[in-house]
Design a protein around this ligand. Sequence first.
Ligand code: SF4
Length: 308
Amino acid sequence: MLTEQAPVNSLGRHLKRTRGRRLRRVMLDLGLTCPNRDGVRGRGGCIYCDVSGSGTGAMKARIPLEEQWAEGLQRAQRGVKEGPSAIVYFQSYSSTYPSLLPLQQGLETAKQWADDAPIVAIGTRPDCFTPEAAALMASAKDTFEEVWLELGFETADDAVQKRIERFDTLENFHKACALAHEYGLSIVAHCIDGLPGEKPGGLLRQMNEIKKAGVHGVKFHQLMVLRKTKLAAQWIQGDIELQAAADYIQHVADALEVLPQEIVIHRLAAEASAGELLAPQEWPSYKQLHGAIENEMRRRGRVQGARA
Ligand code: SF4
């Protein structure tokens, strides 16, 4: 699975190996909401989520899907001579909530882009992933070669879910993964290291659950304080302690050691624009962080899955 030089089964390496090329996600916004914003689970969202629902906010800016796609595709095609270059990514908020109609229409529109984008990825919360949503996503397999369900997992501890005002559960995560397996969907789980209230070893506990759930891909994120979030107010008041980059690097390297090699690592760290990011400011750039984690694996003489 991994070459001697590659300590991580990164998405780039995986795509190169399986398709002979890299593909870039084109982020699309369906203009939806989230049960954690509209009052069904909570109001105002998870403490770290900004007003765009961790997405582009394009639909609120009245940018139609076709325009969002055309702009994103241009970026994805940079340096690509011919053939596919993109992944259609319905990213913002919970793409399956409150109704499946926008996603259904979005997928219908996206069909025409399948030559450029053989993969479609759809983000949602475990508690918003119903059998109807699973069936809709599975139907996209008629057009796209792969359909990925991107699930916000974030913590294996339900008490932390409450502390971060997310109000989902570990049980819902496992139920959503079981449903995805039933419908033949690939699961990409989003994990966060450094959440307030998380006890030591939080990322390793997430890895244990990910292995149990048969997840296919993982995205690692560090906790970032973005402007216009509840977390920003808590951080300014001094209620939030952010971990050091050195600790994050160690935690992700520990997590990679226990993750089986066949699990694809879609991200080693999160990114935010300078305008959005309040803290931490002193961390290395995304690229440097990525390199530092791979270097730490090399320093340890370990590859992903060494202790799986
Ligand atoms: S579940 Fe996602 S979209 Fe909803 S508030 Fe939390 S981070 Fe934002």
